[in-house]
Design a protein around this ligand. Sequence first.
Ligand SMILES: [Zn+2]
Length: 187
Amino acid sequence: MERDRKERDADANRAKLAARKPTRTWRRQKKTCARRSSTQRNAKIPVTTMTSQRQPDDVRWRAGGCHCGAVRFEVALPERIEIEDCNCSICAMARNTHVIVPASRFRLKQGGDKLTTYTFNTHAAQHTFCSVCGIKSFYTPRSNPDGYAVTWACLDQPNDFDEVKVNAFDGVNWEANAAALADKSRD
Ligand SMILES: [Zn+2]
């Protein structure tokens, strides 16, 4: 009985902690609030100093990779990004939502030897995936063969942005829509 009560108490504590944790969507807002309250406690540091460190157009290198860790990359992205939620045959199956970048903003850090490439249909897109864990953390899209599409969920910190705008891309009707993505791989 004593043990049961302890477990119940532990469960209740965990539930309380979980309720306090910010959701992934609101993470940045919570962070900003935390910064403000700490600056309010220390009046010597003006709030503007703390919040002006990041500008919307600032680009930072962000790390990511596959599930097993064999494939690791870095991608330079601004604070506001647009990700493509594509409904084509392969993205629909993998639930792949990706951000397209110029080649200059992507660098493979390790695991090139672990990558396997799958192609289909026109064989233009190079679907590179980890041969160990099967995760496609990035690939070369048909719409932007001079750039890369990075799987948003494969970033180490996918929510570490001021804004992540999800763009529903109609890849089923690829020919009619692909031109809208063309400039995403341009420097
Ligand atoms: Zn892997």
